[in-house]
Design a binder for this molecule. Structure first.
Ligand SMILES: [Zn+2]
Length: 120
């Protein structure tokens, strides 16, 4: 006797407290499909930029401008880190722990604020 399956399809639109465009930007960041130099330098018009040269232009051009730098290190984003101070503790000092926090909306807003500040 063949097993039967019933597929429950959700047809109602997903209700999110944010716009689709803002969610898209956040997800692009999470999926490394954004415009930080670490990614842009990989595909810069066919001209590969060495990882060490994909530096942050917001804080002196020495540090590699990757996701970790944006979230935890870039001095230019320090005021935003202060504004979202509750997100930063010794328990949230890795990318994994940072994004696994209970207050997802605050993480979401911090990331979008960073992207807005960096204009990417
Ligand atoms: Zn920086």
């Amino acid at each position: 006797m063949a097993a039967s399956f019933q597929l429950n399809v959700v047809t109602a639109p997903l209700q999110l407290p944010v716009s689709g465009r803002r969610m898209q930007r956040f997800l692009q960041f999470r999926l490394a499909s954004h415009k930080l130099p670490i990614v842009v330098g990989r595909f810069a018009g066919g001209q590969h930029v060495a990882r060490a040269n994909r530096v942050c232009t917001h804080c002196g051009g020495v540090a590699v401008a990757d996701e970790l730098h944006m979230v935890f290190e870039c001095p230019a984003l320090h005021p935003l880190r202060q504004q979202y101070a509750s997100l930063f503790s010794t328990n949230t000092d890795t990318m994994r722990s940072f994004f696994a926090q209970q207050d997802h909306m605050r993480v979401f807003k911090f990331i979008l604020s960073c992207l807005d500040f960096l204009q990417i």
